[in-house]
Ligand binder design. Structure first.
Ligand code: NAD
Length: 356
């Protein structure tokens, strides 16, 4: 590879990685001078978060357990009211991207410090990006205020992530790395992280789906997810993230599953315009064609392949085409309405990507 001039933005967060590191949460709160932390979770992870609250004792000021996917602003307002009445001075989101998203939305409004404890592979904890939904429209902003001060990656917390969710969450992480490789501001540091992230997830996801209690595979996947999340945080994304953002916000489709379905199609569309990125993806996956390899991985993991199976109505294709074409975004290949409609139609029906 020939190195050309580039700009590299490093994330300013501190990472504790490894089994059992959750035990260091109290010390980490002290380090950040947080005296009364508010725990955040989804309803599904409330019991686990309550255990952490009990363990923290006086260091915890309560639990808000109604985090919701796509960060609706009414949920944030409700959590903010509880945060203020409890007099908390720090946030501990414990969960997947939905919970981390709520932590970010609260940090944006209060500037409180956060110790994020991710339990999926979505990677949001590594980015200064916040997506919020209001009135069925999802908008995204970047702010250093939302980046957690510390991230604790404890593999023990991921063992309960069901195999299906593990697969789609891991493929969601893949999407960050794939688009980072052909980003407008791609750089050699992030490209190394992206390739390593894709490879770590590729070697672990199949093992996890077969044996969800495999700690080594879980740790590899979490390491890969961290790297892929860092890619998302450091460089701009392209067509794939724009499509998923529109589909998720407009049709309330599940986030990770939407990424899973779309990624092979967008990789195929961009292949000719981004040959170096494709070579790296192929090397990381050990395949000859990146898009076909991504689709084959999706199939071998038993992940969803059709937007219609996620609940997207067929007339929604035209609506999505309109919204995506109206949006401002960069992509290595120019996006035209006819190609976009064809791609979404294939993805809606669950067909393999169209290889050039
Ligand atoms: P999620 O956080 O909604 O989690 C999915 C479900 O799995 C939830 O019910 C959750 O409670 C449960 N769960 C999570 N971890 C678990 C575990 N270890 N064991 C058992 N159950 C578990 O889903 P997600 O895909 O992680 O996050 C999606 C959200 O994150 C979306 O809103 C998306 O926009 C956002 N996101 C944001 C960024 C960013 O940089 N801003 C990046 C990626 C995702």
């Amino acid at each position: 590879m020939i190195v050309a001039p580039f700009t590299y933005n490093a994330s300013a967060s501190r990472v504790l990685f490894g089994p059992g590191r959750l035990a260091e949460l109290g010390a980490e709160l002290d380090r950040l001078a947080i005296r009364r932390a508010m725990l955040l979770s989804t309803p599904r992870q409330a019991v686990r978060a309550e255990t952490v609250v009990r363990r923290l004792g006086d260091q915890a000021g309560g639990l808000y357990a109604r985090a919701t996917m796509h960060t609706p602003t009414d949920v944030t307002a409700d959590a903010l009211a509880q945060l203020k009445s409890a007099g908390c001075d720090g946030l501990v989101p414990l969960g997947g991207g939905s919970t981390i998203g709520l932590g970010k939305a609260l940090a944006l409004r209060t500037d409180l410090p956060q110790v994020a404890i991710p339990t999926t592979y979505a990677g949001s904890e590594m980015t200064p990006i916040l997506g919020e939904t209001e009135g069925g429209r999802k908008t995204t902003q970047r702010s250093p205020k939302v980046l957690p001060e510390t991230v604790i990656y404890d593999v023990e917390l991921t063992l309960s992530l069901p195999p299906g969710l593990s697969a789609t969450s891991g493929l969601n992480a893949h999407a960050h790395a794939v688009e980072a490789l052909y980003s407008r501001d791609a750089n050699p540091i992030i490209s190394v992280m992206a390739e390593e992230g894709i490879a770590a997830l590729e070697r672990s996801l199949l093992q996890i789906v077969r044996d969800p209690a495999n700690r080594q595979a879980r740790m590899d996947a979490q390491y890969g997810a961290w790297l892929c999340g860092a890619c998302l945080g450091a460089v701009g994304m392209a067509l794939h993230h724009k499509i998923c953002h529109v589909l998720g916000g407009t049709f309330d489709l599940r986030h990770a599953e939407t990424h899973t379905v779309m990624l092979p199609h967008v990789a195929a569309y961009n292949a000719e315009a981004a040959p170096d990125a494709m070579r790296r993806i192929e090397r990381a996956l050990g395949v000859e064609r990146a898009a076909a390899g991504l689709f084959a991985l999706n199939r071998s993991l038993g992940a969803p392949a059709a937007l219609r199976d996620l609940g997207m109505p067929k007339p929604g294709i035209e609506q999505a085409v309109d919204l995506i074409m109206q949006a401002q975004f960069w992509n290595p290949r120019q996006v035209d309405r006819v190609a976009l409609r064809a791609m979404l139609t294939r993805a809606w029906a669950g067909e393999p990507p169209k290889l050039g």
